[in-house]
Design a protein around this ligand. Structure first.
Ligand code: BGC
Length: 362
């Protein structure tokens, strides 16, 4: 009996400590889409550097590709009393309802990299210039094309990601006039062929094309689509191929498929994110380029914005993005094209990566 009393007394004394720990306040909550893509691990690492430098308490959670987990993460952060939520949405539309929960609690919502659509509950957007990403990809393919009739294979990101539309829009800006004049011939999308004389596409037209050529940002989807496309065409539609791949992970899968096809005797393939594996592919001549998006700048900009808000000021912005309901004030960062020729000056000399992370750099 005495023992039981002692245990109960000890528990009673611990309870306030336990509940205090459970409610430990967090100032800024960060929600990233998944740990399964190197891109978001880069952002996590950069956020950790930025967090180490601030007096505010910050917590990073991952949604692991699930809008339901994303919502639970946001609920957890709301319970911890965050004042600012920095969120890179898994699914732009599904996240609208989730951020509305935060907004109801008076939390400032910053869309990070991917714009959350269909809601008023987004205060700011911190992003790279995503149309410029697509334009850089299109320009790279164009700069390497000669004559007419060059085989063009188009791929896109996930239709649930607003960025997939912006990347495609940028690429289309550059490629469409060169498809219309015969420099390129689209080999893998009847929807894109049907619209190839149209310089500007509506969102619905873009959606029709993206629906056909989407990779869902998934390496396996990219691989099986590329295999199916090469199976569907004759040898005369292969030869030297020009491939618009939407990011590094999908670029590597698609490149592997094209390089193992006997009728493909060369290819140019785009990418973005400067993932370590793709930088190695670029060095080895297996991927032609990647668009470097300096996550150091993005993480810093997002945290600076959060701190400005917590200090009661209005953050500086330099663009606005319409999310179908409101124009969201945005802070936008430029991007840099990386090829074999400038890997060292852009990625190594600036300290983004160490030379020891790669082989074959002289
Ligand atoms: C990002 C890309 C990334 C892709 C897949 C996009 O929203 O902007 O950098 O490769 O998502 O995760």
């Amino acid at each position: 009996m005495k023992k039981l009393f002692a245990v109960l007394l000890a528990l009673a004394m611990l309870t306030p400590l336990l509940s205090a720990a459970a409610l430990a306040a967090t100032d800024v909550g960060i929600v990233l889409p998944t740990k399964d893509e190197p891109r978001w691990l880069q952002d996590q690492a950069r956020f950790e550097t930025v967090i180490a430098d601030t007096d505010y308490s910050v917590e990073v959670l991952f949604s692991q590709g699930s809008s339901a987990t994303e919502r639970t993460n946001v609920e957890t952060l709301i319970a911890k009393g965050v004042k600012v939520l920095i969120i890179c949405a898994q699914d732009a539309g599904a996240a609208a309802l989730t951020v509305e929960l935060a907004k109801e609690e008076g939390i400032t919502v910053i869309s990070y990299d991917r714009l959350i659509t269909d809601t008023e509950a987004v205060d700011y957007y911190v992003t790279f210039d995503s149309v410029a990403v697509g334009e850089a990809m299109g320009q790279y393919l164009l700069d390497n094309a000669e004559g007419v009739g060059n085989s063009l294979y188009l791929y896109a990101g996930a239709a649930t990601d607003n960025n997939a539309f912006l990347f495609f829009e940028g690429a289309w800006n550059i490629l469409q006039p060169k498809i219309a004049d015969g420099t390129f011939v689209i080999r893998n999308s009847s929807e894109a062929i049907a619209l190839q004389d149209q310089p500007k596409l509506t969102r619905d037209q873009q959606a029709a094309i993206i629906g056909q050529i989407t990779t869902d940002w998934d390496f396996n989807v990219a691989k099986s689509k590329a295999e199916a496309h090469l199976t569907a065409v004759g040898a005369d539609e292969k030869g030297l191929c020009y491939i618009l791949a939407p990011n590094d992970g999908t670029a590597r899968s698609i490149a592997d498929v094209f390089s193992s096809d006997a009728d493909v005797n060369g290819y140019y393939v785009t990418g973005q994110d400067a993932e370590i594996a793709s930088v190695q592919y670029v060095i080895d001549g297996l991927q032609s380029m990647t668009v470097f998006k300096d996550t150091r700048t993005l993480a810093q900009d997002a945290m600076d914005m959060a701190i400005t808000v917590m200090e009661g000021s209005i953050p500086a912005t330099d663009a606005a993005y319409n999310n179908t309901v409101v124009d969201v004030p945005a802070k936008q960062t430029p991007v840099v094209v990386v090829t074999k020729d400038n890997v060292v000056s852009v990625l190594i000399d600036t300290g983004y990566y160490a030379v020891s992370q790669f082989t074959g750099i002289k």
